[in-house]
Design a protein around this ligand. Structure first.
Ligand code: NAD
Ligand code: TYD
Length: 341
């Protein structure tokens, strides 16, 4: 039996990862260390809360004492905990610097003194910046983050890299494209638009809607992280992607069609400041070295995701209240009028 400390396991990707590990890895125990910020939700793991190989610890990665205590008896760390939303980082970058940079440093130090054997740092393709019409990010692409969120993630990546170089610390880094799937907090594009459309509310498209993202189903991301944990080479970076590039407008039309809603629900709103134009990922290194491949066809994954949100109206309703509504008002105001790009 081996034990993994998962940070941020109550968030979107972390909760999917824990479910995958408990399902597929009979010899792995999971300690989930999460601060339960606005994005963390214990309900995401209610199905496994009583699982004999699962334990939850409520704690903050910027609290060195709590991290040190949680690290006892753990052989690996898979580090998801982060402030993860670009728009919130534009409103206030403070929590991003604290959690993503300082929190990662505290975690690295604790893991080093505990003699952790493997540390997987979950990062993002956004650290590479923005692409033109063609090309894709490789692991050699220079880091050029453009938002406070991606800058804080790039800083954490560089800290991890420095620990490998300076201390021979056994860390690996993954950089993945945009995830979608069950349990994603409804402030990111896909769950926000699905939950608005389910209530016949308008959907806010930034700028001209021609920004491009590469979409990967969260399950494919999680199998990629597991492959990196099992078979990755220490000190290496592995890009993970879904080979499913779509403009935001293409995606919006697909969602409207799948939910049977009219195009008149689209609202073009002012562009995000510093909005990255295009992301695309070259994930051939992970495919050839780790025998990992993204498996979801985007349209099938999207349909499955819509079905999940339709079947979890209570989960959505429990989030879309209080602080969430205040954030929504701050970010979007009221989306009443019909608009054009
Ligand atoms: P999320 O916002 O849904 O979840 C973040 C989790 O971290 C929450 O459970 C939250 O409570 C916890 N957390 C936040 N601050 C904490 C702290 N100080 N101490 C302990 N726990 C804390 O995020 P997500 O979408 O699941 O992303 C997880 C990781 O994957 C992040 O590191 C993110 O940068 C990376 N990533 C995300 C995507 C994506 O499309 N969502 C793509 C590539 C990489
Ligand atoms: P998002 O889900 O926030 O992910 P990221 O910014 O990390 O890529 O946004 C995905 C794309 O959708 C991005 O180009 C911004 C755009 N977007 C909108 O047009 N409207 C919205 O309300 C949101 C949240 C995002």
């Amino acid at each position: 039996m081996t034990s993994i400390l998962v940070t941020g396991g109550c968030g979107f990707i972390g909760s999917n990862f824990i479910q995958l590990v408990l399902e597929q890895e009979a010899d792995v125990q999971v300690v989930n260390f999460d601060a339960l910020t606005y994005a963390g939700n214990l309900a995401n793991l209610s199905d496994v809360a009583q699982h004999p190989r699962y334990r939850f610890v409520h704690g903050d990665i910027t609290d060195a004492e709590a991290v040190r205590a949680a690290m006892k008896g753990v052989q690996s760390v898979v580090h998801f905990a982060a402030e993860s939303h670009v728009d919130r980082s534009i409103q206030d970058s403070g929590p991003f610097v604290r959690t993503n940079i300082v929190g990662t440093q505290i975690l690295l130090d604790a893991a080093r003194s505990a003699g952790v054997k493997r540390f997987v740092h979950v990062s993002t393709d956004e650290v590479y910046g923005s692409l033109g019409e063609t090309g894709a990010f490789t692991e050699e692409t220079p880091l050029a983050p453009n938002s406070p969120y991606s800058a804080s993630k790039a800083a954490s990546d560089l800290l991890v890299r420095s620990y490998v170089h300076t201390f021979h610390f056994p860390a690996l880094i993954t950089r993945c494209s945009n995830n979608y799937g069950p349990y994603q907090f409804p402030e990111k594009l896909i769950p926000l638009f699905i939950s608005n459309l389910m209530q016949d509310q308008p959907v806010p498209v930034y700028g001209d809607g021609q920004n491009v993202r590469d979409w990967i189903h969260v399950r494919d991301h999680c199998t990629g992280i597991l492959a990196v944990w099992k078979r990755g080479r220490v000190g290496e970076v592995y890009n993970l992607g879904g080979r499913s590039e779509r403009t935001n407008l293409q995606l919006t039309h697909a969602l409207l069609e799948a939910l049977g809603k009219p195009k008149s629900l689209i609202r073009y709103v002012p562009d995000r400041p510093g909005h990255d134009r295009r992301y695309a990922i070259d994930c051939r290194k992970a495919e050839s070295e780790l025998a990992w491949h993204p498996t979801f066809v985007f349209e099938d994954g999207l349909r499955q995701t819509i079905d999940w949100y339709r079947g979890h109206a209570d989960w959505i309703a429990s989030i879309r209240t209080g602080e969430y509504l205040k954030y929504y008002e701050r970010q979007y105001g009221t989306l009443t009028k019909e608009t054009h790009p």
